[in-house]
Ligand binder design. Sequence first.
Ligand code: ADP
Ligand code: MG
Length: 499
Amino acid sequence: MKLELRGITKRFGSLVANDSIDLVVESGEIHCLLGENGAGKSTLMNVLSGLYRAEEGEILLDGVRQHFAGPGDAMTAGIGMVHQHFMLIPVFTVAENIILGHETTRAGGRLDLDAARKLVREISARFGFELDPDAKVEDLPVGVQQRVEIIKAIGRDAEVLVFDEPTAVLTPQETDDLMAIMRELAESGTTIVFITHKLREVREVADRITVIRLGKVVGEAEPSASNAELAALMVGRDVQLTVSKEPAQPGATALEVRNLTVFDSNGHKVVDDVSFDVHAGEILAIAGVQGNGQSELVEALLGARKQVTGDIVLDGNSLVGSSVHEVLRAGVGFVPEDRKTQGLVGEFSIAENLMLDRSTGEPFVRHGAIQRETLDTFAVEKVQEFDVRAPGIDTPVGRLSGGNQQKVVLARELSRELRLFVASQPTRGIDVGSIEFVHKRIVATRDSGVPVIVVSSELDEVAALADRIAVMYRGTIVGIVPAQTSREVLGMMMGGEHD
Ligand code: ADP
Ligand code: MG
């Protein structure tokens, strides 16, 4: 089925999220929609799937103009979505979830449990994977849950299938498997829109590429385009994709983590007997698919988790039992994985956010009063040094783009004397230009002799920054390997395999 979007415009208040977008996807083609975070990709697909109503423009399927009053209409017309956040019911089985999604099948018929089981088996066999129709969805790994979403869409006879950033939750091997599934689907005639911001994936699987930036189509490209060309289209200027860095000059052991186990509030182990060292002047990257204990490990290091056994020693002093405040006082700089809820106060100005951790004393507070001039001078300096693009230091941080918000966090955390720097998913959801800047600052921090931990679920980021790599899987460290370790080996480790 051929898909055409013509002149789609979608506004949110004064923001034009889609500005007269044209997109043509031929039948049986894998079309990549490439763009930075916030470019308007999901909005466009939500228009296509009937969730949003566009102010202008039209949708055509095989040349016929469509009128979608809601998602049901889009589904009936043959459009399927595989969402990043799955729409599955965890306590139901695979087959039960398939039935649930089937109410609006094009044929109109409903499935019974046996028919649903049969459908699961047939589609699994077609793509060569094993999937037990009676398994509970909550017991399945994320990559397998995604397959249930795919089966749901195929079972409803979707002829146009949209994948919105599907690889964010997958290991490299699961990503490869997904690519194979997409190819098989395309070969048998399904029209595929694949949304991503990862250049590697685009070049591997795309037949055609459309790049959007700030709500507008800025170019089309062939998969033979170079990474640099695609990145430049995406951000509108040349970007440096790999950080240039000298080999590390590791000094003495600064941080020692010994047999650290972390329990959640139900008493379950979320980090299981983890031990590692970090030396001064090196970057230890903690890799792994998100949700394998990395967040909890970092929270334990920061003093935010109390249910721990084992030891954390920084420069000879144990941190176990310290509060977050005490840990920060001990010289730990921290970039949290969710800057909006953990790193910044959106309604506060840039200047105020820069003094958040120093709001109880010198130099910014004296006799209980904020020293406005000192703070302003400091803020002006930092905004410049960290290239924060904003109207002024009084702009509320919540109004800045993700990249600029992250630079404010970095500016604050790197403006203290540090004994350890921990950066969690430091470039998640920020534009390519800001990624480049953040990476440079992290390397500069290492080069100043500070021990650095970078937690990242992006292998490209791990490869760019790490001097050594620890891979986490289900709360354990599967292994600690050199930075040159191949993607294949890292990918296997991320899936829990090791020699
Ligand atoms: P992408 O998927 O390319 O990352 P989105 O389509 O999610 O981008 O967002 C495009 C722009 O529209 C962003 O600036 C985003 O903040 C804004 N936006 C998206 N959804 C909404 C919404 N429901 N209300 C207001 N603004 C939105
Ligand atoms: Mg999106």
